[in-house]
Design a protein around this ligand. Structure first.
Ligand code: GUN
Ligand code: FE
Length: 446
């Protein structure tokens, strides 16, 4: 049913443009599209008399506001099974010790169903209305993940992970198998017929893919005009090995296979060289900043301001389970933390790996409204889905959160609109997210 919300409405229009309507309104039509938003409902209703008829009215309290849903640009769905465990090693040891053995278990459909149901439920509860998921090498269980997102009504990109080398023999495929299964997966997702869930081409990372496999996946992406996701320049040891194998930069290894497009999102980019950042910019690629994971598995401090200033689209990723939290609200806070730490290093002129590329006495740390952008519209842009979602622009789909900052601790005084948002960002949790909507459909009910 078409609905009008009355109350505080906030969203972002760009990295540095935050917009709010105090005592505002937002109208959603029967199809889940936003058809009215702003300050003056009476003016809207008199200009749109037909649409204003018979609307269900929802009045928000003084401690509530509507905001766009969170976008998780990088999450490994199977790794939900080891969330918060095994965070005592850097990337390559972590993969071999914990993660590859875990992912190999997804040949079992029952296990996959159980974990995937849990990860979709939990991310939705935490306000993720759009997620870009890595699954595993297995075609069948990756289709299970896609079906689960459709069933629960989450907007998602889902990728069958591909890896054919430098992987354990119990969890590896040939290039031909990986490409064929990817094509079958794309077909399988299309047959689900959901407007919410789309396939995305997913080479695990250059280290576990031969040139032949990368090229094969680049061809499939081009043939079907698909989204692409992978990892780039996350960890120093990994980068050295990739450069040794491909005899070129990390970014160039992907570019040579046609995998850098305006529908590509690369996770991390902690240690990208300037020429790699330029190449990503030229190709229109995006970066998923994953601060929790970068800290947990000791990858380094990613200078997100540098990537944004270079003109890249940047969103946030939880990178479950390298990251220990499923929540993009947590990622947002961790992005603010990392930026404050970098600020300290830069102002103290402390040099070192992961900090060396960022020397800047004039560095300005990320602000909470900018981080909110990264968590919503920035993420939608990074996934090339901002024509559909990410903020409250007319004709976009209503992917939204109803937040109530009085749920855990009732504020001692009335808060301004900015303060409501600030309080939620710095102290809130999924308990404050009382309702979650995807394409106008209420998924979580307070
Ligand atoms: N690089 C290759 N695979 C992975 C993974 O599963 N997690 C992270 N954080 N980095 C990776
Ligand atoms: Fe990852």
């Amino acid at each position: 049913m078409a609905t009008v919300f009355f109350g505080t409405v906030v969203h972002t229009k760009s990295f540095s443009e935050f917009e709010s309507f105090e005592s505002g309104f937002l109208v959603v039509d029967d199809c889940g599209k936003i058809i009215g938003v702003g300050q003056d409902y009476q003016a809207w209703a008199s200009n749109n008399p037909t649409q204003a008829k018979g609307l269900i009215e929802v009045k928000l309290s003084e401690y509530q506001f509507l905001m766009p849903g969170f976008v998780d640009c990088h999450i490994h769905a199977p790794q939900f099974a080891q969330l918060g465990l095994g965070l005592d090693m850097p990337l390559l040891d972590w993969l071999n010790t914990y993660t590859f053995p875990l992912e190999a278990k997804f040949s079992n459909q029952q296990y996959a169903q159980q974990v995937y149901q849990g990860v979709v439920e939990t991310t939705l509860r935490c306000g993720t209305t759009l997620a870009s998921y890595f699954a595993t090498n297995h075609l069948e269980s990756t289709l299970t993940l896609a079906r689960e997102a459709v069933r629960q009504g989450q907007r998602a990109l889902v990728g069958k992970v591909c890896s054919n080398c430098n992987s354990p023999d119990y969890y590896v495929e040939t290039a031909e198998e990986a490409v064929n299964a990817t094509v079958a997966f794309v077909d399988g997702v299309r047959k689900l017929g959901s407007p919410l869930v789309m396939p995305t081409i997913t080479p695990r990372f250059a280290l576990s893919c031969s040139k032949e496999l990368l090229m094969g996946l680049g061809d499939v992406a081009k043939r079907f005009d698909l989204h692409i996701q992978s990892h780039i320049s996350e960890n120093l040891a990994e980068i050295e090995i990739v450069k040794g194998i491909f005899k070129t930069s990390y970014a160039k290894a992907y570019d040579d296979a046609g995998l850098l497009t305006n529908k590509t999102v690369m996770a991390h980019g902690v240690h990208l060289e300037d020429d790699e950042v330029s190449l990503l910019k030229i190709r229109g690629c995006s970066v998923a900043h994953c601060p929790a994971s970068n800290t947990m598995i000791s990858s380094g401090l990613c200078d997100v301001q540098r990537l944004v200033s270079a003109g890249l689209h940047v969103g946030l990723g939880t990178d479950v389970s390298g990251g220990n939290s499923v929540s993009i609200q947590d990622a947002l806070l961790r992005a603010l933390d990392v930026s404050k730490h970098l600020d300290f290093f830069k102002k103290q002129n402390i040099r070192g790996t992961g900090v060396a590329k960022t020397q800047d006495q004039n560095y300005i740390p990320l602000k909470y409204k900018q981080a909110l952008y990264l968590a919503t519209l920035g993420g939608a842009k990074a996934l090339s889905l901002d024509q559909l979602t990410g903020n409250f622009v007319l004709e976009k789909e209503f992917d939204a959160l109803l937040v109530d900052v009085s749920i855990v601790e009732k504020p001692l005084r009335r808060l301004s609109v900015d303060e409501l948002v600030e309080r939620f960002i710095y102290t809130g949790s999924d308990r404050n997210i009382v309702e979650v909507f995807v394409a106008g459909k209420r998924i979580k009910r307070g």
